[in-house]
Ligand binder design. Sequence first.
Ligand code: FMN
Length: 357
Amino acid sequence: MSFGAISAPAVRSLSHGAKEANCWMDTGEGGLSPYHIEGGCDIIMQMGTAKYGMRDSDGKFSPEKVKELSHYVKAFEIKLSQGAKPGKGGVLPGGKVTEEISRIRGIPAGQDSISPNRHRDIANMDDLLDKVAYIRELTGRPVGVKTAIGGWEFVNDLCDTVLRRGREYAPDFLAIDGGEGGSGAAPQTLMDHMALPIAEALPRVVDSLIQADLKGRIRVVAAGKLVTSARAAWALCVGADFVNTARGFMFSLGCIQALRCHQNTCPTGVTTHNRRLQRGLVVEEKYLRVANYARNMNKEIDMIAHSCGCRHGRELKREHVRIVQTANQSIALNMLYPYPAAGSRAAAKQATANAAA
Ligand SMILES: Cc1cc2nc3c(=O)[nH]c(=O)nc-3n(C[C@H](O)[C@H](O)[C@H](O)COP(=O)(O)O)c2cc1C
């Protein structure tokens, strides 16, 4: 979540809490603030379509700024879309663009700030992989891609392009956001109806990577209401390597779902820049709750894994899950989504290339 969508005390609590629990924090698209760095946790810096924090005076990608940022962050993430508003971009209302936010993002204060619905310098999969390789080369940091999923073309195209060009062009991770994802502000129609739910998107993305023999090369991060240990464990069973959550951590900060994120009047101080409303969000107390949430999620995921006979969460597999369907009948997840043959797509592509040669 960006600094801008959420407040300074919220970002500070998350930064300190993440350090305490030894987990990472993603900046969201709003640039890197001193509050992200303050706690000393590992940071993933997101590059959104507006290139906030990494843009020149014309709003274009600035290699100098990205190189400078690489001293503070552990990885970069190119955001194509998020589950709450795929294809839409975003608006930070002028009321939330304070002097400080304008400095961090590189935009004028007090004016609505628009992030376009696409990266102007990325028009197709080759462009995307070029950008991944370029930022990785420039910064020496891993580079991933975040996207919501609307069908199978995207991930298949990504796999085919990596197979054609070479594994050195692969993104280091894919962060998959389910259609149930949250946002500071988005049209209700997109929030409610667009992008596949994570329950359908995740297994199919994982399967495509297995078929292309890229599952070991491209790490998979999943999000979309995976806020309880059981839901996060489900994602690990399906094939995610990691789980992200935004709203899980908002709850740990005291979010009461007042639904005013876009109005700058959040009564709990989580999404407002009004100092008076922020007074209830006491960093010295809240960072411990953030840390407790992360630690207990991990502890309970391992407990679920032990209960399945695994040594830890990373050994969880599809056969450990049963999905309850109508009339309380359940079906094994590995029957619903059978593991595909590893490398089958890669082999088929190779055979076609050989035949053509
Ligand atoms: C207040 C808020 C701000 C967010 N800002 C961003 C953002 O800047 N970039 C992004 O990729 N996703 C953003 N998201 C989406 C989350 O990162 C996440 O992908 C989504 O909410 C699914 O996770 P969850 O169900 O655990 O909240 C935001 C979500 C919320 C609730």
